[in-house]
Design a protein around this ligand. Sequence first.
Ligand code: AMP
Length: 573
Amino acid sequence: MEFATFADRAAAIEAEPADLAIIEHVQDLLADTDGDAESGEPRTIEIVARFVQGRVFPAWDSTTLDIGPSACYEAISRAAGRNVDTNDVEDRLADVGEIGEVAASYEFGGQQGLDAFGAGNGSGALTVREVYDDLVALAAAEGEGSEDRKIDALFGLFNRCSSDEARYLARLVLSEMRIGVGEGTVRDAIAAAFDIPQEHVERALQVSNDYGEVARVARDEGLDGLDAMALEVGRPVQAMLAQTGTVTDALEAWEEAAVEWKYDGARIQLHYDPDGLEEGDGTTRVFSRNMEDVTAALPEVVEFAEKTLAVPVILDGEVVAVDDAGDPLPFQEVLKRFRRKHDVAKAREDVAVRPVCFDCLHADGVDLLEEPLTTRHERLEVVLTGDGRPEDVAGLSLLWLTDDPDEIESIDAEALESGHEGIMLKNPESAYSPGRRGKNWRKRKPDVETLDCVVTGAEWGEGRRATFLGTFELSVRNETTGELETVGKVATGITDEQLAELTELLEPHIATEEGQEVEIEPAVVFEVGYEEIQSSPTYSSGYALRFPRFQAVRDDKAIEGADTLERVERLRS
Ligand code: AMP
């Protein structure tokens, strides 16, 4: 296919406001590569399916052209002739605001050349494949002088472009295609062009992450070919994402919830094959949530994989920064390591990281995307603990199945106490849906409102916390009776340091003690977050705060300023 044809079709798509008509245009474009007599890899349909989305490489491939706007402007200005320089390109860009329009405003050497052949139909016509091949070569240029070689290569392409072609070449090179073709458009167009049910196209896209390959297989091998497409260890898939949600909603929606700790790190997808991966030499590849290859930055993850794993797998998880004791450090610390390209060994000395895996997408030749979460987690345990291998579950995220909100509350408390972010609630029956932000994974909603409660009781801690007060009883004011009414107990969100401070603050106010329990004279006000308020016979107010978390001591508030039962009732409705 000539690049001019592609540019024509792209222009027609861009001019089309209606989504359905755009799908038809893309469908025709894909179908028109059908008669593609060219041999070679990839096939033209693959290139076109990517170009139309403004991509040169498949989504799983982290190769980039690595050419910045100014290099592109230089290539354009050189191809546009003697009287044009990059300032001129930039001036026009400032005027029109879009590089395609700027490129199209010039006449290029190629166009004059083609005129001599007659209307651009001569042997000089640029093809889609030539553009692709040149861009691939350009992406591969490395080392000294590579920037100049890239500009030369790009100049060569612009030099062969008509103004209309240049519009789309410039946008393609700068990843600014913007003709209104999203991933859904191409998916629907593939389904329509080759008469294949959309869900099958969707599944093939999820496992392969390559619109080009899916378009080719749909055309050449039909439904059976698409259904046979599978995950490939070494090639990243999109991560499944989470929505915010509450425990109550999750337990209403599902019979039971799978509860996991939410780690405060960076998402990783770990690919491992003991016999070596096809892409690259090693056994292990680590990808970010955006499918960038971050292997080199995280040697601990590679070491973990090589030590722990024995069969080919694709695991989903989080990499967490840890201190010398192995306790989690804040998210900012992981960022110092995550995409690091230089001085990794030095950075590793400063901040260590450790992987925690919570899902298994593929194990030993078997794709597990469609299996329920519980089955995937069982496989995860097996691949991490091995079969008769020494037990090493350091990298395993635990999963609890429960329908009991109190148990969830204590898992949440434990997660926070261990320095993690909170909990994730997952539908135990759910499949792994790459790229989806659905309701099957929910991160517990952050607290929206807070209440200022009077501390009316507490419990002495246990073990290393025996000398600290913890688990504080909270009360609000009943303005009608003048009494304080209990609404719950808070034990979470408090660091050891804060416990010591709170003990010091509250100890002088202890009225009575019985075993571990103490009654406290009303004197101190806590600001407390919570997930929701439920009616409850447990507390004298008739209400209970669900998932209360300590936020701060309200030094500025006397008891009279604490919140009232009336406010609790209002917040509940
Ligand atoms: P957020 O980034 O706030 O949308 O929360 C979702 C992110 O939490 C995921 O992308 C993961 O990086 C992270 N995460 C931490 N622990 C888990 C877990 N147990 N399951 C799923 N995601 C987790």
